[in-house]
Design a protein around this ligand. Structure first.
Ligand code: MN
Length: 231
């Protein structure tokens, strides 16, 4: 037997203690901070959370220069707390969610906002707006055994040093245990699954040359440079 070509290796995220964390899947929660829901023209009520998915290969490490993607003129940053799953489980109860979490990281859910909003308006899937190559930058993953389980603390984003997003994890409409429980009702969560938990208010566009940094209290930063536009 022979193979037509070599399989693509797993994306390897890194932990704060230097280990590899092979990424399996990426789940992203939408509209999980009230002020951001409002800026996107939606009511921040406690409707059930919703999520979409991205390919694992959209994950890139901090300190990457990411290409400004094709087919957009409104490429946005979204600073997010990321949960890294460490133990398999389906229909996880909220009180058991912590057992399934390996750790936490800072991340970015980079978005072709023009395409996302057009899809939203037309009731179409968000793939071209959200599942964008290099669109899921991820900082080092801190094991929960070291950083604890995060439920409060500052989350902020700067572009070229200027603060654009500034909130507290305590403002999450659906907190981490609720989000883990919710996603696990639809998919059996597996080690390597990442959940991007949503972004606070203040999202905006980047241009080539911008340096975007996400900070979350207690976690390593995630910084990317926006590279030249793709051809
Ligand atoms: Mn997002």
């Amino acid at each position: 037997m022979s193979t037509i070509f070599e399989p693509t290796p797993s994306v390897l995220a890194k932990t704060t203690d230097g280990r590899d964390y092979p990424v399996r899947r990426v789940f992203c929660i939408g509209r999980n901070y009230a002020a951001h829901a409002r800026e996107m023209g939606k009511d921040p009520d406690r409707d059930p959370p919703f999520f979409f998915t991205k390919w694992a290969e959209t994950v890139v490490p901090s300190d990457t220069t990411i290409t400004y993607p094709t087919q957009t003129s409104n490429f946005h940053y979204e600073a997010e707390l990321v949960v890294a799953i460490g133990k398999s489980g389906g229909s996880i109860a909220e009180q058991d969610a912590a057992d399934h979490i390996f750790g936490y990281a800072t991340g970015l859910d980079m978005t072709r906002r023009d395409l996302q909003l057009e899809a939203r308006e037309k009731g179409r899937p968000w793939d071209t707006g959200k599942n964008v190559e290099q669109s899921s930058p991820l900082g080092l993953i801190a094991p929960a055994s070291e950083c604890g389980h995060l439920c409060s603390g500052r989350i902020a984003l700067t572009v070229n040093g200027e603060v654009k997003q500034d909130a507290d994890l305590g403002e999450l409409i659906w907190d981490v245990p609720e989000v883990v429980a919710y996603v696990s009702r639809y998919y059996t969560l597996e080690p390597g699954d990442l959940i991007y938990t949503g972004t606070p208010a203040g999202v905006g566009a980047v241009v080539p040359g911008d340096i975007v940094t996400v900070t979350i209290e207690g976690l390593p930063d995630c910084t990317v440079t926006i590279g030249a536009k793709a051809n």
